[in-house]
Unconditional design. Structure first.
Length: 118
């Protein structure tokens, strides 16, 4: 992978991380604004259900942020775009679709087949 393409992935990952962190900040601010005061138990239950769903989404996003950080580290150490399983290059198309991936499509397919068997 050439330096221009690598820099493109770096910017893509940094932009995605920034967006995720901004979303998390907005969620925290909304949860602490204290405007929700529902005397009806059903309304309160709906609010709690919505909050739980939001927190589950944010938890998935937190995990994605960790993967983004790891991908940025791989860019720095020169291992970005190399399959952790077979050592071959991961295609640019796959990296554009899933920039945090650590497996080429063949190894990912094999991994998924193994998971289905278990």
């Amino acid at each position: 992978m050439d330096e221009k393409e690598l820099e493109s992935f770096r910017h893509l990952l940094q932009d995605r991380r920034r967006d995720l962190l901004a979303g998390a900040g907005r969620t925290v601010n909304r949860m602490h604004d204290g405007k929700e005061n529902f005397p009806e138990p059903v309304d309160r239950a709906a609010l709690e259900s919505d909050r739980n769903a939001t927190l589950r989404i944010r938890d998935r996003e937190r995990k994605l942020i960790n993967k983004i950080e790891e991908a940025l580290e791989r860019i720095e150490d020169g291992s970005y775009g190399i399959c952790e399983e077979c050592g071959e290059d991961i295609s640019a198309d796959r990296l554009r679709a899933r920039p945090v991936t650590t497996l080429c499509i063949e190894c990912k397919n094999e991994q998924e087949k193994k998971e289905k068997r278990v």
